[in-house]
Ligand binder design. Sequence first.
Ligand code: C2O
Ligand code: CU
Ligand code: CU
Length: 496
Amino acid sequence: MEPVTRRNVLILGGVSAAALVGGGLLVWSEVQRGEPEPPATTPATGPSPTATPPEEDTGTLAEPEVLESSGGLLALTLTAALTDVVVAGRQVRALTFNGSLPGPTLRVRPGDRIALTFRSELDAPTNLHTHGLVVSPEGNSDNVFVMIEPGAGFDYEYELGGDHPPGVFWYHPHHHGNSAEQLFAGLYGAIIVDDEEPIPSTRERLLIISDIAFDGAEVHVASAGERTLGREGDLVMVNGQVGATLAAKPGERERWRIVNACSSRYLRLHLDGQRMQLLGVDAGRYAEPRDVDEIVLTPGNRADVMVTAAEGTSVLQTLPFDRGGMGMFGSPPSATTGADLLTLNVAGAPALALSFAVPLPTTRDLRTEQMSGARTITLAMGPGGGGGGLSFTIDGREFDHERIDAEVAHGALEEWTIVNSSPMDHPFHLHVWPMQLVEVAGQPVDHVDWRDVVPVPARSRTVVRIAFEGLTGKAVYHCHILDHEDNGMMGTIRTA
Ligand code: C2O
Ligand code: CU
Ligand code: CU
């Protein structure tokens, strides 16, 4: 592996807060003037690598290349670049990791080390976040305050503890101000941490669901209104494909790991005629599998699902989901429009009856423990942004990477009440420390449900409990509608 230059890499600290929030303010002054925004994505300079187009875009569902650790180490290079790809049968240009949409799947075990050389051929600053991994948020680990300049690189190193939870996680850029744009344009991939004791299934599948839109051959540049609502694409893809198919035999049992990699779209998944059992959301395994008819995943959430195949043809759909709206901008398209994601054809000789007993996890329930502290966090959208624009705030303030918003003592057990005073839903994400969902919109949660992104519906509140144990350091919490995060709805936390 070639050494990467760190010359152009900065750890944010010398940049003024005003410069950082400037992007958001610019958008708002443009709304007022009614002028078009500057293009957010312009072609990268230099040669753009050409990806091998998928063999068939609307054929059988393909999965990204898997890079697996061996002997406790996964070493890889991830290059972000503008790339020619085929989406829905059309030759277009998207941002990709290593030329593929989505990027490669990283497959590791608890206790492993990931040595990841990041190279940017983008034309805007970027960085990488390993969403949901319980790894240090500092130094060259999962540090979202790192800034990688265009043309530069960075050597990340992630140490997973021997007790790291198994499950599906994912990676995406997290540079404040352009994370939504870079995610939407194609920069995401999955990370799988294997179970200690495998969960029996006929086969495993990975379904990374994302949305995208093109103007001609280029990724659509979001308008100010789309940034307010959170941009959505009219193409909803699974593993970069639109309208793919899957085949199974009656009685087969498949484990589907589903990632909502959309920058703003909530998924409300429905699979008619098939039995779906939810093992858990994010890395939080339920005490026992739950039979479900629908699975709602906010942006950033993942689902671990068992599908028992029954003869027939079923379509995995995402149904319309109302996540609120904002004044003159109305509601996002997904409030009234769903999408067909893929078709499952179940036919043939029934599979042999096997034992699919799922090993049950031991989960901690913080509802039975004494909390050492409590806090209220208020998410708001409203007038009052600089220049008379609309602001996206947490506790009345826009993001400032130099300010510490929450100081937490290591070892604390806290109950957080997340209040949403706005007319839109906000999925609330906390890095490093998982949250146990206790109450949503006045409804107590009746089972143990650990997640790293929790829903906070419009004009309501969500209660979670968090154990600030294990890792320490400075990290962030934010709305995972990444346009809202880029516009300021993010805060900093330091656990020491
Ligand atoms: Cu997936 Cu801080 O984000
Ligand atoms: Cu994250
Ligand atoms: Cu939001």
